[in-house]
Design a binder for this molecule. Structure first.
Ligand code: ZN
Length: 374
């Protein structure tokens, strides 16, 4: 995720924070030091309240981190690659390489987050009752942290997708019906309903209770939940549509290729300007050896086009390839994961074509316009 920076690495996972987290951190420390703690526990000095506020905010950060880490570690055990965790305003986001492929995996991954929060709540609660520490700032902070973790666990257990509880609900419906799209739709609609409810409660707080800040905060979380539920439903439906189409149905059976010795100048004239391609596979004796794109051409000055062979500017490694029998969703995943515009289609070391983002978008557009299912 952009606009975030890396803090450290745990179990091969990069832990980063979104820059907005800094403001939230300051805000939390301030509202605890000036509001919550002095109200609940009067009679201590300002410095004590500030130290409590700052430590408690740091511990909220640790709590959210442990919650996210629990999701990620279970995902890893289930064979899903986890690159990074980004902590931001509303909690955290684990950057998974893939979605869980089975309902049981999704269930385990989702439920472990809230469970971790509840376990943390129990630990903080227990610690706050150690006799020597009760009635002092340490105990006050610990019981506050117990409360926050109960809230974190409970909020995330709301059964609306994409909250953890929504994922649990989805995995149950998915497991019993075998239909991922239907399961996502139901869990997503519940998520949208919770989103609208939160917005409603937020408005109630703003206009009837007169508490602008709490109201805005609730409405914002509601809006966020609503729009991510909507986006998730659309995304899963799209993935499902793409997984019904085979790559071979979308690529030209006699693809345009060029040899490694062709000059850049020739290639630009013959391929890019005449056939409106933006990339072309490079083959030597029918064997795929690389790919050249417009981006590669831009790297060398115009004067050198006529004397530079394509093999000097082409990408050799890593070549992202799919087989004609793969489904288009597999290709789409590669495009998104590696942020590239096209994948090569390869069959028995031979080049069987190119599949670009534009091809996929065109396909979706015309099937939509003609009312076809795929
Ligand atoms: Zn979670």
């Amino acid at each position: 995720m952009k606009s975030s920076f890396r803090l450290f690495r745990i179990a091969g996972i990069d832990i980063g924070i979104h820059f907005t987290w800094i403001f939230i951190f300051i805000f939390f420390s301030w509202s605890l030091a000036q509001g919550y703690f002095p109200l609940q526990y009067p009679g201590w000095s300002t410095a004590v309240y500030w130290i409590m506020g700052i430590i408690a905010s740091l511990m909220i950060f640790v709590s959210v981190l442990l919650h996210e880490l629990a999701h990620s570690l279970v995902a890893k055990r289930r064979g899903i690659e986890v690159k990074s965790i980004t902590l931001f305003i509303l909690g955290g986001v684990s950057n998974l390489e893939d979605e869980p492929g089975k309902p049981s995996a999704e269930f385990a991954m989702a439920i472990v987050g809230p469970l971790t929060s509840f376990v943390l709540a129990l630990i903080f609660f227990g610690l706050s009752y150690i006799p020597q520490s009760s009635g002092n700032p340490g105990a006050a902070m610990l019981s506050y942290l117990a409360l926050i973790n109960v809230f974190l666990g409970a909020f995330n257990l709301l059964p609306g997708f994409p909250l953890d509880g929504g994922r649990v609900l989805r995995s149950i419906i998915w497991g019993s019906t075998g239909d991922l799209v239907k399961a996502t739709n139901i869990a997503g609609i519940v998520g949208q309903v919770f989103g609208w409810l939160l917005i409603g409660v937020g408005l109630f707080f703003i206009f009837w209770v007169g508490s602008l800040f709490t109201g805005l905060w609730l409405a914002f979380i509601g809006w966020f939940l609503n729009s991510s539920a909507d986006a998730s439903r659309k995304e899963v439906a799209l993935r499902e549509r793409l997984s019904l189409i085979k790559v071979r149905e979308m690529v030209n059976p006699n693809p345009e290729t060029i040899g490694p010795q062709v000059t850049v100048d020739e290639m630009v004239r013959n391929i890019f300007s005449m056939r409106h391609g933006r990339a072309v596979p490079v083959c030597r004796d029918d064997k795929l050896v690389g790919i050249v794109t417009i981006t590669d051409v831009k790297k060398i000055p115009r004067e050198r086009w006529a004397t530079t062979p394509v093999e000097q500017i082409m990408t050799r490694e890593p070549l992202y390839t799919v087989s004609p029998e793969d489904n288009v969703n597999t290709a789409m995943k590669l495009l998104v994961q590696h942020d590239i515009n096209q994948v090569l289609v390869k069959q028995d070391e031979k080049c069987a074509g190119l599949l670009s983002r534009a091809n996929i978008i065109n396909r979706l557009q015309f099937t939509h316009e003609l009312g076809l299912r795929r």
